[in-house]
Ligand binder design. Structure first.
Ligand code: FAD
Length: 384
């Protein structure tokens, strides 16, 4: 928030953010008529992809020197866009977010030729990106992963299996974390490399472009390693430090849309001779939800501003925003369904879609309990 002599202007209402939010609203409005259909898809909708590409918004998740908008990723811009997109369509929001999450390691730690070959295509949505960390036996405990990479002549050979990878099947490039000697390395694996096979995952309660990726002795040139051998966790942590807060942004968008649906319903439906919104316990739920949304929004914007300045140094704040906003979204969307009664339960309605979409957000990019542990250990370490 910036104070001038006679006005207090919220950061999101200033440039460049106001124009970025306007562009996000435009693409969200274009997708809205198809939102119910595309949110059920397990592969990328070409119309949504074209609308997002035309908006130019994916330039926000790639550095300017490689076809993006800002010199370094502006986490608040990403948060504001996800807030708008997620309020309309989870499919649209994920498509936007994954371009950054799947390419950030390459952008910040990859070899120059590879960055130049891929990043401009990712910024324009000509190519889709994915980040492949999780394995059947390695989720929260990522260091238990078994996929391996070794040098063989002039090649890297990647062997293993990744599980629940967003964009799998549609991605052109997978950023893969694999064991190399005593450490872990990141490798850029083009989808067309021989030995890459995608198997669909079971359908989730909130469908998602998702798949398991089998890597059977996949050979890529030596220069496809991202960062130093054995030091792959550095760029992975940098990715999380920049993008974890964006999940909080998406949760704020989800919660405020659910609440808006609930308010409209409770204004127009009467029981016991008055609008639901005027019946005490219903008003309490609406009021409490409003507090949840605004607290989550302000913590998220603050964490995003800090993440832009120093992502690693402020990871505890991004984690707090992610926990706070995803848990708040769960409460708000549940209250919204409750006050809408049977109309909150209609399959495919906006509030029902939001109800399902809220659930996975407390699990991916750091489950709530895992993040609370990390937040507590930071608190204990830094308390004087
Ligand atoms: C929609 C969706 C998209 C995804 N996309 C990707 C992707 O693009 N790339 C990718 O690599 N992965 C992706 N994942 C996988 C995701 O990262 C994992 O689901 C996540 O890391 C949690 O791992 P897990 O599901 O194996 O749960 P587990 O690790 O088995 O944990 C289960 C639960 O146990 C608790 N728990 C576990 N460990 C601890 C601990 N140390 N302290 C406290 N509590 C703990 C938590 O409550 C946790 O929810 C995606 C998942 C989903 C649902």
């Amino acid at each position: 928030v910036v104070s001038t002599a006679d006005a207090v202007v919220a950061i999101e209402d200033q440039e460049p953010y106001a124009s970025i939010v306007a562009a996000a609203r435009e693409v969200a409005e274009a997708v809205e008529p198809d939102a119910e259909r595309v949110d059920e898809l397990a592969s990328t909708d070409p119309g949504v992809r074209a609308a997002l590409a035309a908006s130019g918004l994916c330039g926000l998740v790639v550095p300017a020197e490689l076809g993006g908008r800002f010199e370094r990723i502006d986490a608040l811009a990403v948060v504001l866009v996800r807030e708008v997109l997620m309020a309309t369509s989870a499919h649209l929001d994920t498509l936007f977010a994954m371009q950054g999450i799947g390419s950030f390691a390459l952008a910040t730690a990859g070899p120059d030729d590879l960055r130049r070959a891929w990043l401009p295509r990712i910024a324009s949505l000509d190519a889709l990106a994915a980040l492949a960390l999780t394995e059947p036996e390695a989720g929260s405990d990522l260091k238990a992963l078994t996929t391996s990479v070794r040098v063989d002549g002039g090649d890297l050979v990647v062997d293993g299996a990744k599980s629940f990878i967003s964009n799998a099947g549609d991605a052109d490039l997978y950023t893969v974390l694999a064991r190399e000697g005593d450490g872990y390395s990141l490798v850029a694996v083009p989808a067309e490399a021989s030995g890459v096979r995608v198997v669909p995952t079971p359908t989730l309660i909130a469908p998602h472009v998702l798949g398991d990726v089998e890597l059977d002795q996949v050979r890529v040139p030596l220069d496809h390693r991202i960062g130093a051998p054995g030091r792959g966790f550095g760029p992975v942590l940098a990715t999380l430090a920049t993008f974890r807060v964006s999940v909080a942004g998406a949760s704020v968008g989800l919660a405020s849309r659910a609440l808006a649906e609930a308010v409209r319903h409770c204004r127009s439906r009467s029981q016991f001779g008055r609008p639901l919104a005027e019946i005490g316990p219903v008003a309490q739920l609406l009021g409490r939800s409003r507090v949840d949304v605004e607290m989550a929004r302000r913590l998220t914007y603050h964490a995003a501003q800090k993440a832009t300045i120093d992502p690693r140094g402020n990871l505890h704040l991004s984690s707090m925003a992610k926990v706070g906003a995803t848990e708040a979204a769960a409460r708000v969307v549940d209250a919204s369904v409750q006050v809408m009664g049977r109309w909150g339960l209609i399959r495919g309605s906006a509030v029902e879609r939001l109800y399902r979409a809220a659930r996975p957000m407390r699990i991916y990019e750091g489950a709530t309990e895992v993040l609370l542990d990390q937040i507590a250990s930071h608190l204990v370490r830094t308390t004087g």
